[in-house]
Design a protein around this ligand. Structure first.
Ligand code: SF4
Length: 247
């Protein structure tokens, strides 16, 4: 297995501009602490080919992409960016928001933030230096679904939810600087309604800004789901036009 981190370096699969969020320079990082059965990202696998990259170089590559393609926002995607947060990602993010004055989007499963409040505190510091948003992607509307689709112990579902609460407590503006996404493909309507009620108790703005996520049935995703015997209740087929709100 290849190293995904080394010193202050983290391995990246590619740098590109993507259509999500209306156009965003994207760094696809390698390595994730989850193994979601519906995941379509190639770079969550630690064996994905890529290059160990220093934080300064990551920031510079994203800045150049922004200048070339006339976009003003960047994100780190493809796997989990909070791994090696203090060693690597926080350093890159500081350069991005405070030197390059770009909007930084952190897409995370939230578990490391929920486990260690210091991450939330450092993200709040980052927000005070420039413009950021944190999108915490919750894997399923209840712990049982979470365990089935991530293959991770169900108690970590609560840790994901805790990440939202902690980020708000540390000072991020709910619905603006921090908001949830929910994988909605595997839960019944009543469980999703219950989840939404729970979110509103943390903060009503989290409900207003909830991003729905649905599985896209790429052949490798379909095969993985078949192997574990899970059928999504809601999904998109590859090539099917995605609704405006998913882009
Ligand atoms: S957390 Fe995201 S990147 Fe990691 S396995 Fe799950 S869907 Fe893939």
């Amino acid at each position: 297995m290849k190293l995904t981190t080394h010193g202050d370096k983290r391995r990246y699969y590619r740098f590109r501009v993507d259509r999500w969020y209306g156009g965003v320079a994207t760094a696809d990082v390698i390595g994730c602490n989850f193994r979601c059965v519906f995941c379509w990202s190639r770079s969550r696998d630690p064996n994905t080919p890529g290059k160990l990259t220093r934080p300064e170089e990551v920031a510079e590559k994203l800045y150049e992409l922004c200048m070339r393609r006339r976009v003003r926002q960047v994100r780190v995607s493809g796997a989990e960016p909070t791994i090696a947060w203090f060693e690597h990602m926080l350093k890159a993010a500081k350069i991005i928001v405070s030197d390059y004055k770009l909007h930084f989007i952190l897409e995370t499963n939230g578990v490391l933030i929920g486990l260690d409040r210091r991450l939330a505190r450092s993200i709040a510091d980052l927000a005070s230096m420039g413009s950021i948003e944190v999108r915490v992607s919750i894997k399923g509307a209840k712990p049982e679904t979470f365990e089935r689709i991530t293959l991770v112990d169900r108690r970590y579902w609560y840790v994901q939810v805790e990440a939202l609460r902690t980020l708000i407590e540390e000072g991020l503006k709910p619905g603006d600087e921090v908001y949830p996404a929910l994988m909605m493909s595997f839960d019944r309507d009543e469980d999703i309604r219950k989840f939404i009620r729970m979110l509103s108790e943390i903060h009503p703005a989290l409900v207003e800004n909830l991003d729905p996520e649905y599985v896209i049935l790429y052949p490798h995703v379909r095969e993985r789901l078949r192997r574990v015997g899970i059928k999504p209740l809601r999904f998109f087929k590859p090539g099917e036009p995605l609704p405006e709100w998913m882009i």
